[in-house]
Design a protein around this ligand. Structure first.
Ligand code: ADP
Ligand code: ZN
Ligand code: ZN
Length: 754
């Protein structure tokens, strides 16, 4: 019997609510056009009209009839224009996770969903890659009435030799045949043509080195046992794995993932953006084959799309990736690892702001999975959480093979200045050490955390510095290109020969960058093969990987670079690390500058002495007494933690308070000011008991960026709940009263206040 009309109607999906990437805290309702064959599903991407625009959004709810609480007029509903995916790219679990994340970060669901998909998948309609292919039929009826021609025989033999299936073009190539004999064979029933999905494999044509077999140390075995026990328990548990550099964390990750897979569950591993260890992902591939998918920004959109689909389809059960991979559509997830959990690349620094490390823990808690946050230098908040029982602390305090951590020395640059009678970038202490190390045939890393040749250009006659057109930032001199560029917006101009203001020719280039340091070292050590690694010198895809590989295999003697060289890499022959210009980071007026400096030095020092030979670290500084330097020299994490905690308590910073930053950005300074003042008024009105301390509005430390003026308000409260209540009421009131909310950017738990 056919179903009745009413029944049919009740089952049908007639209306959908769509999350759109717009700064509005609501869903939008659309009708499903009559006669569509596609059935809307949760998480599916749809193209819809929005005012005069068309936007891509995600189906967040499906209804057969309009729910009464939705205050919409059926007659005014507009239909969906197009369904973009045959199957949703987002699973119900990710739908819920993004909703939670958007809410926690006072952001918007549609924007969070858009950020959840790997970059490139939103902007255009990335499609599966499909190619025409030919299959040999096992078909005794086939038309044998005429004898096969020579070409036809070759085609059948070629196919048989290749296992019976080939891409159309490959077949024509290999059999050196034209299309017509193939088509004849199809007509005669020997072959059939079909459409094959091509997997755009980011690993294709690569060799997969096997991960070496090792016997776990006692520390590793004990840590692993705790993790695998928790996985077997199938309940949420969060660990902080604090293991010094070289303590063998990677092997623990590897075996934990293996265990998870063996239990029939899936595993996610997040890695920092620039340290995405190519060796490790290949070893994973060698061990687990196509079960492993990889997601990072170096992939083409097509590769990313295919990796994502392989995860969603359950073909890949291990995903390794950078920040947004925290939203990878793995089902039945048992383990989430966040490697180098302190790393700032987990924080999305633009709207929607979120920290993938924290989202990872929440995802694990929703899924009854185990989260492992690993680091040699855990973030203050993470260690605080471990101390206060929110995470279980696991420690690996020793390097593998009982190797000592490198011994560290500070060079007081004030003394160096006195001795030389002028500013020098490289002390004789460091230069001598480089000479000795190189003479022994050992390798050297020099860390300089600033790109370019000189930090800025100063006119000695009138005191003018040359600034960016769009930002309140001095331009950096890049000598090789002969240009001044802005490191914030990319603006550039040819380097001038005279001051643009007073025409004086006495221009002074101040403050070294990597390019300058590398030049000086090349002059001092002409026989050494020296390579620079920073964002300027690494432009082509794969170039970073190649340089790191060349260094690891001894074809390069010295690397000079920014923090790109500081972390994660395992170079056994490096016995000297020099840190130049550490004061740049320490001097930044930011709540985390000490923490970041400590982390960076500890990490880069961890690159020294990983092999048989002992390592040395030399740090040049004008602030030799700073606790971040003293503690990192001693590789004393807990000491640093105690010092830094006192500082955070004194200045009322996290983890003692919840923090939020509101940045108002506008092209006109007066508008930025008046919007910020209005926001402040609504905040005060929502905060009668003053449970939230509000500072500002004041000009942000970068007062103008990318052509926009920036006014900042900072909110802190001992109660996160109060902070959110005040913020939510104030923002809602501001919006209701016509404040231009497009210019207001709210950041919850900001990593930086700059
Ligand atoms: P971390 O990530 O903690 O800095 P790694 O995982 O890179 O340390 O380990 C440091 C080195 O020790 C690597 O070369 C690794 O292959 C090796 N290693 C790890 N575990 C063992 C083990 N149990 N036995 C021998 N070598 C090991
Ligand atoms: Zn001048
Ligand atoms: Zn700029």
């Amino acid at each position: 019997m056919r179903p009745t009309a009413t029944k049919q109607k009740a089952d049908a999906a007639n209306f959908v609510e769509v999350a759109l990437p717009v700064p509005l805290k609501r869903l939008f309702t659309y009708s499903v056009p009559e006669g569509t064959t596609a059935r809307p599903e949760l998480g599916q991407r749809v193209r819809v009209p929005f005012g005069k625009r068309r936007l891509i959004g995600f189906v967040a709810a499906v209804h057969s009839e309009l729910p009464a609480d939705l205050d919409v007029d059926v007659k005014k509903l507009r239909p969906i224009i197009e369904f973009l995916d045959d199957e949703p790219l987002i699973t119900p679990e990710i739908l819920r996770l993004t909703e939670w994340t958007a809410d926690y970060y006072a952001s918007f669901w549609g924007e969070m969903l858009k950020a959840a998909l790997p970059a490139g998948m939103n902007s255009e309609k990335v499609r599966p890659k499909r190619r025409k292919a030919v299959r040999l039929l096992d078909n005794a009826d086939a038309d044998h009435t005429k004898a096969l021609t020579k070409a036809q025989t070759t085609i059948l033999e070629t196919l048989a030799a290749e296992g019976g299936e080939m891409l159309w073009t490959d077949l024509l190539d290999s059999a050196k045949a034209g299309a017509s004999p193939v088509n004849t064979l199809v007509k005669r029933g020997f072959l059939e043509i079909f459409i094959q999905d091509i997997h755009r494999d980011p690993f294709s044509a690569e060799k997969f080195p096997k991960r070496p077999q090792m016997t776990l140390t006692e520390h590793q075995a004990s840590v692993l046992a705790q993790i695998t026990d928790a996985i077997d328990g199938s309940e949420f548990k969060a660990f902080l794995l604090h293991g010094v550099t070289g303590s063998g964390k990677t092997e623990v990750y590897f075996r934990s993932i293996k265990h998870t897979i063996a239990m029939g569950r899936s595993a996610l591993m997040l890695v920092p953006e620039i340290a995405l260890t190519p060796v490790f992902s290949r070893q994973m591939r060698a061990a687990f084959g196509s079960t492993v998918a990889i997601l990072h920004s170096g992939l083409s959109p097509g590769e990313r799309f295919d990796e994502w689909r392989r995860i969603r389809d359950g073909e890949a059960r291990v995903a390794i990736g950078t920040r947004s991979a925290v939203f990878a559509p793995l089902e039945n997830i048992g383990l989430i690892i966040v490697d180098e959990e302190h790393d700032s690349s987990y924080r999305q620094r633009e709207s929607p702001f979120y920290n993938a490390r924290d989202v990872a823990v929440v995802r694990a808690s929703f899924a009854g999975a185990v989260a492992v946050l690993g680091s040699a230098t855990p973030a203050m908040e993470s260690f605080y959480n471990a101390r206060h029982g929110k995470y279980t602390l696991l420690s690996m305090p020793e390097r593998i093979g009982g190797r000592n951590l490198a011994s560290a020395e500070l060079v007081d640059m004030r003394e160096v200045f006195k001795r030389a009678g002028k500013d020098v970038a490289l002390s004789s202490e460091l230069l001598d050490a480089i000479g000795e190390t190189a003479a022994r045939g050992e390798k050297i890393i020099v860390l300089m955390n600033r790109r370019g040749f000189s930090q800025f250009v100063l006119c000695r006659t009138c005191g003018e510095t040359i600034k960016c057109e769009n930002c309140d930032i001095t331009l950096t001199f890049h000598r090789r290109e002969g240009r001044l560029t802005c490191h914030y917006c990319g603006f550039g101009m040819p380097a001038p020969h005279a001051c643009p203001k007073c025409a004086s020719e006495f221009l002074y280039f101040v403050g070294e960058g990597t390019e300058n340091i590398a030049d000086q070292l090349e002059k001092k050590f002409p026989k050494l093969k020296i390579e620079r690694i920073d964002r300027d010198s690494i432009t082509r895809k794969g170039e970073l990987e190649q340089k790191l590989l060349d260094f690891a295999e001894g074809r390069i003697d010295m690397l000079v670079g920014t923090q790109m060289i500081a972390k994660g890499h395992d170079f056994p022959d490096v016995t000297l690390v020099g840190v130049v210009g550490v004061d740049i980071g320490l001097g930044l007026p930011d709540l985390r500058s000490a923490e970041r400096t400590f982390q960076m030095i500890t990490q880069v020092a961890g690159r020294s002495g990983r092999g048989e030979k002992p390592g040395r670290v030399i740090i040049q500084t004008y602030h030799p007494d700073h606790y971040a330097l003293q503690r990192s020299m001693a590789q004393d994490y807990e000491g640093f933690y105690a010092d830094e905690l006192k500082y955070r308590e004194n200045f009322r910073y996290p983890p003692f308070v919840a923090l939020a930053s509101i940045m108002v950005r506008h092209r006109e300074l007066s508008r930025a000011r008046s919007i910020a003042n209005a926001v402040r008024r609504f905040l005060d009105a929502a905060n009668p008991e003053k449970t939230v301390r509000i500072v500002g509005p004041a000009s942000a430390s970068i007062a103008r960026l990318k052509n926009e003026y920036r006014m900042q308000l900072i909110l802190r409260s001992v109660s996160r709940k109060e902070l959110r209540k005040v913020l939510d009421i104030a923002l809602a009131e501001a919006e209701a009263n016509g404040v231009e909310m497009r210019s207001v950017y709210v950041e919850i738990d900001p990593v930086s206040l700059m």
